[in-house]
Design a protein around this ligand. Structure first.
Ligand SMILES: C[S@@+](CC[C@H](N)C(=O)[O-])C[C@H]1O[C@@H](n2cnc3c(N)ncnc32)[C@H](O)[C@@H]1O
Ligand code: SF4
Length: 377
């Protein structure tokens, strides 16, 4: 079995109003120290890892904001210390306001073969309202540059359920993006995160969310439109052309192992879930003092039962659901028996359906997925 590697870059040019990811603006003076720690973390873990690496995902924050020499060091350090498969999927997240042709060309020459571009909407007024640093035309330039350089696997992130967003906005974003024909499109429903500027504006009545019914209509419109254009809906928020799903994310949903490096990065290895702390100053200080063991927060060493539950929870994110034969292959037991009570209840509530070898969400279950997952926590 292979492992995936995730590297977190916790820097952004400007914090978007809705975002509570671990990322900081105006921290250029920390890049050097930070990447030294990340490189050390990558090197130190290597002796424990016998498996080959089939995916590398450089995410953030905004990995494209840092000078390309840091990304180069990250890739080289991984390749020097791990067995990276030739066919490995290597993704970097890119914000259109932070890249130029030189950076993209360098990414390509480093063997990065997948770009994930954060667009959110093609409507410039919405982008401004969200505090994005780019407009739609910046995205178009970056997308075209990337294609000209030779990138053949591109994802575009979109968001729905935004304040001031109408159904026409969603349709317009979809048709403009479909025209460009990216291999992958992620469509996220806005989550109003506590403590963000957006949450504050909504609470003060300065911005208003579309009602839940409209948000759900947007979701189903997205699904219908993308499916009509031959995109496969393979996970609640993810669509791809045939065979172009994100291998990195699919591996996570299949409960495969991955190693996370950098601030707040999560890992799942040898049945243990753990993460790094999210305090940048502390993370760097601990490395400097040789006390980096304190950077790790242990979450759980899974029992077989926890592992089985989590397998269901993760698997039911996929539109194809959980294959009963895969479950049996991994755990020997039959999930229809192990989870008979939970599954009965969910079938009665019409949230899941069981068909031949598959346990999967119904359309109602897609809308109320939280209720399904709750049965497996
Ligand atoms: C790390 S960002 C992508 C790269 C880059 N930082 C950017 O924004 O362009 C990952 C994606 O998560 C989504 N996202 C972030 N915060 C969200 C929220 N509160 N609700 C829904 N989606 C969110 C956005 O679509 C964003 O593009
Ligand atoms: S959405 Fe992306 S660019 Fe905006 S603050 Fe979050 S990580 Fe940074």
């Amino acid at each position: 079995m292979s492992v995936g590697i995730y590297v977190h870059v916790p820097f952004c040019k400007q914090k978007c109003k809705y975002c509570d990811f671990v990322s900081f603006q105006c921290m250029e003076d920390k890049y050097d120290e930070y990447f030294k720690c990340v490189m050390k973390e990558i090197e130190d873990k290597a002796h424990e890892v016998k498996e080959s690496v089939d995916t590398i995902y450089i995410g953030g924050g905004t990995p494209s904001i840092v000078p390309v020499k840091y990304i180069e060091s990250v890739i080289h350090t991984i390749k020097e210390n791990y067995k990276v498969l030739k066919r490995a999927e290597i993704t970097i997240e890119v914000n259109p306001g932070t890249v130029d042709e030189t950076k993209l060309t360098k990414y390509f020459s480093l063997g990065i073969n997948r770009l994930s571009i954060g667009l959110q909407s093609t409507n410039d007024d919405l982008l401004k309202m969200l505090g994005r640093i780019h407009n739609y035309s910046d995205f178009e330039n970056v997308y075209e540059m990337a294609r000209n350089i030779g990138f053949k696997n591109i994802n575009v992130d979109l968001m729905i359920g935004l304040p001031m967003q109408t159904m026409e906005d969603v349709q317009d974003s979809l048709s403009k993006i479909i025209e460009k024909s990216p291999e992958h499109i992620s469509v996220y429903s806005l989550i109003v995160e506590e403590g963000t500027v957006l949450a504050d504006l909504i609470e003060k009545g300065k911005l208003k969310l579309p009602d839940e019914e409209l948000e759900r209509q947007m979701y189903w419109e997205v699904k219908k439109t993308l499916e009509n254009h031959k995109y496969v809906h393979y996970e609640i928020s993810n669509f791809s052309k045939k065979g172009r799903n994100s291998k990195h994310n699919m591996n996570c949903w299949k409960q495969h192992s991955y190693l996370g490096f950098g601030l707040a990065a999560h890992s799942y290895f040898d049945g243990i879930r753990y993460s790094n702390i999210d305090n940048l100053k502390q993370y760097i200080e601990n490395f400097t003092n040789g006390e980096d063991v304190y950077n790790v927060i242990f979450h759980e060493h899974q029992s077989r039962e926890q592992m089985m539950k989590e397998y269901m929870l993760l698997g039911l994110r996929k539109i194809d659901g959980v294959k009963i034969s895969d479950f049996k292959e991994k755990f020997v037991d039959n999930p229809l028996y192990v989870f008979r009570n939970e599954l009965n209840k969910l079938v009665m509530d019409e949230l899941i359906e069981i068909e031949d070898d598959k346990i999967m969400l119904t359309n109602k279950g897609i809308d109320l997925a939280n209720l399904v997952w709750m049965e497996f926590v």
